[in-house]
Write a protein that binds this ligand. Sequence first.
Ligand code: NAD
Ligand code: DAU
Length: 335
Amino acid sequence: MRIVVTGGAGFIGSNFVRYVLGEHAADEIVVLDKLTYAGNLDNLRDVAGDPRYSFVQGDICDPAVVDRVAAHCDAIVNFAAETHVDRSISGPDDFIRTDVIGTHVLLEAVRAHGVGRFVQISTDEVYGDILAGASVETDALRPSSPYSASKAGGELLVLAYRRTYEAPVVITRSSNNYGPFQYPEKIVPLFVTNALDGQPLPVYGDGRNVRDWIYVDDNCRALDLVLREGRDGEIYNVGGGNEVANLDLTRGILAELGLGEELVRYVTDRPGHDRRYALDCGKLRTTLGWEPQVAFAEGLARTVTWYADHRDWWEKIKSGEWRRYYERQYRDLAI
Ligand code: NAD
Ligand code: DAU
């Protein structure tokens, strides 16, 4: 199968590329990525010499480049997105552009070229927060942030293309991923790398917001299954089944590094901060036989070790654009 992976130079996309090339000897992958601040060719360095892999730098909102890559592929897996909730609050424009309009450009290419499968990578955040129980795929969408509203908008276009044009689409909604190559703006890599440098860990609000954590390899295995065996028009939740409050996550990271809580700082809460997400993944389990394999304690230990062993990867990132963003976002820390 020849697969176009958009956003393949980001966190989950690069892990997915590695996973597919490792599992499917006959597959070819073309990564289409704009290389925004979050895209990084270092994430793909180990596959760069593989003859089955190629890279095109381009924007999913640009119909010309999308048309060129879509013309010769069997499937498109769309990871490309603006992904950080805090950045969507300070500047939503790029989110609406990439996550909504970019998805539309891709769907038009699917239609024009008769692409056999389109996988839209979405998020549990489209459900909004849920204080008890777990979200199922048929629940209403109640996104809270400009990020999650843009992702919901992208999804609705995907579903409209199914209904109207019978496009061969599937959607996944996953919970919070963690693992190697995650840009150090998200809580896990930010806190691990700050702790390694003896810098403060800025916990929003009371630290009691809950996220469900999934090790990135478990998500990649689910996405690969959905790509090959998912039913057209279906939506699949993909969660790790690990509900953890932010403060407990923070303590877990510090414990892995043998540190106490001296670095923890409570800072101003995120506006509109969703309190809790939880996913019911029964559909993926019963229809495609997927189960997460990496226990949270094991995944966190692996992740902390990876960042400790790959200072060269994140020290390069934590300068220029990253530093300007950090100083803007975490003004409280300077007080
Ligand atoms: P990321 O921010 O690490 O990477 C995003 C990638 O998309 C980058 O390589 C970037 O350069 C590229 N990109 C951005 N705009 C583009 C554009 N206009 N054209 C082409 N490429 C563009 O993101 P991630 O965390 O790997 O997330 C990947 C996908 O998974 C996203 O769609 C996100 O909404 C979804 N998702 C992420 C998580 C998570 O926990 N990280 C959970 C659920 C869903
Ligand atoms: O749930 C899936 C989503 O998970 C994905 O769709 C998003 O792309 C991804 O970024 C992630 O969104 P979150 O907002 O949950 O991730 P983040 O790492 O930004 O925050 C996780 C929790 O930690 C959240 O409750 C806010 C809190 N937090 C985050 C940061 C960056 C802090 O307390 N301090 C911080 O500095």
